[in-house]
Design a protein around this ligand. Structure first.
Ligand SMILES: [Zn+2]
Length: 404
């Protein structure tokens, strides 16, 4: 018995296997910009008991394989300074199936994909080291964290709303929209007690008709967005009411005795609310970004400093993370629609007078009002900032066009 194989045995034997929190999320519902891959996510309608068991089983075995393969790489690196690669680990798969028959019940490419995920996290690790960034060693995955597995090429087929998964069975999915294009991969994901399927699809870029409009966007805490033409986009109300129930649920967990059944129930409820907030937010951001891409040809935003915000206050950081997600969405939608997204440095956009260019902290009378101390130009502070962002963006666009 070699390598990963014996480690898997060990994992099974160790009942109190220490689960560590993982930092890497593998499934990002973000398409890869350059290659025009979009993803579709659908809910799986209540799977049958047998299918549900197979799904759970596959997830558990994939998690064990992931951790074992990670362990082998860690050991090889820490003890012998050898970097193992995907191919040496993949060569062990037949062996693993012979020693542990449960693995025969999983489609081969699904297992290969697990090893690819490990490879990916190590690649990221080495890349960060090379770039002299903070690099945490790839971490072990707990049962709650490891929540998906992928058919990377084949082993699945979709006819109408029926999805057949090799070695698992048939499931019905709630097809909320049509899948257009060639399906490349199929990922099954568990979100607490619900199952989802995510297809990545290769599509041709579809440029949207030009409108001739440009816009600058200022993102804030009170208003989600303020546009340079004065339009404001509110924060999602549903999301805010969910925040309230989140606080209630957090307090409920804190009150319950550790290890008690009631606490477990309260934790589950809390996780469900978190999930709901996440879905709510994504849904809202999709609507807003699609609207913007449809209506404007050039969209100017501020460059976010996501690395520097960790130290600032938590509420604001969370808000910035949400805005970061939104900007990513805007970026890929702009690419596929043939529109321009321009990022400008965020310095002084809120203190500079749009009318005369005078930059001073005192220009900003209050959080909401802008009044230039030099030319007495008055405006809403967010609109003034959005106008500055637009101007900077257009300058930048002109500069790049002049070079090319
Ligand atoms: Zn002024």
């Amino acid at each position: 018995m070699t390598g990963i194989c014996s480690i898997i045995k060990e994992i099974e034997a160790r009942k109190s296997y220490q689960l560590r929190r993982a930092s890497n999320r593998y499934i990002k519902l973000i398409l890869i910009m350059a290659s025009q891959i979009i993803s579709y996510k659908f809910r799986i309608s209540k799977p049958s008991k047998t299918v549900q068991e197979r799904l759970e089983q596959t997830l558990r075995l994939c998690k064990d394989l992931y951790n074992a393969s990670l362990q082998e790489r860690r050991d090889a690196y820490q003890i012998n300074r050898i970097a193992l690669n995907y191919h040496t680990q993949r060569a062990q798969l037949p062996d693993i199936k012979t020693t542990n028959h449960e693995y025969k019940e999983i489609y081969s490419q699904v297992l290969q994909d697990v090893l690819k995920r490990v490879e990916k996290s190590f690649d990221g690790f080495f890349r960060r080291i090379k770039a002299k960034q903070k690099a945490g060693f790839p971490r072990f995955q707990g049962a709650n964290r490891y929540d998906s597995f992928t058919y990377p090429q084949s082993g699945f087929s979709l006819t109408d709303n029926r999805l057949t998964l090799s070695k698992i069975g048939k499931v019905k999915i709630k097809l909320s929209r049509n899948v257009v294009g060639k399906v490349k991969t199929c990922t099954i994901k568990r979100e607490i007690d619900k199952w989802f399927v995510i297809f990545t699809v290769e599509t041709e870029t579809e440029p949207l008709p030009k409108t001739g409009e440009s816009v600058g966007i200022d993102a804030g805490v009170c208003q989600f967005l303020t546009l340079s033409d004065g339009t404001t986009v509110e924060n999602n109300r549903l999301y805010q009411s969910a925040q309230k129930s989140l606080r209630v649920a957090q307090r409920a967990v804190a009150r319950k005795k550790k290890g008690s059944n009631n606490r477990k129930k309260a934790v589950l409820k809390l996780r469900k609310i978190h999930q709901k907030i996440k879905n709510c937010r994504a849904d809202y951001q999709h609507k807003v970004s699609t609207w913007l891409i449809k209506n404007y040809d050039v969209i100017c935003i501020e460059k976010l400093n996501l690395a520097g915000m960790v130290k600032s206050n938590l509420g604001k950081s969370l808000n910035d993370v949400a805005i970061g997600m939104f900007y990513n969405m805007l970026e890929y939608k702009a690419v596929s629609a043939g529109k321009e997204l321009i990022k400008v440095p965020a310095h002084f956009t809120s203190q500079t007078c749009h009318a005369c260019g005078h930059c001073e902290k005192a220009n900003r009378k209050t959080q909401a009002d802008f009044e230039c101390v030099k030319c007495f130009h008055k405006n809403n502070a967010d609109i003034n900032a959005a106008l500055n962002i637009l101007r900077l963006g257009i300058n930048r666009l002109d500069a790049t066009h002049n070079i090319s």
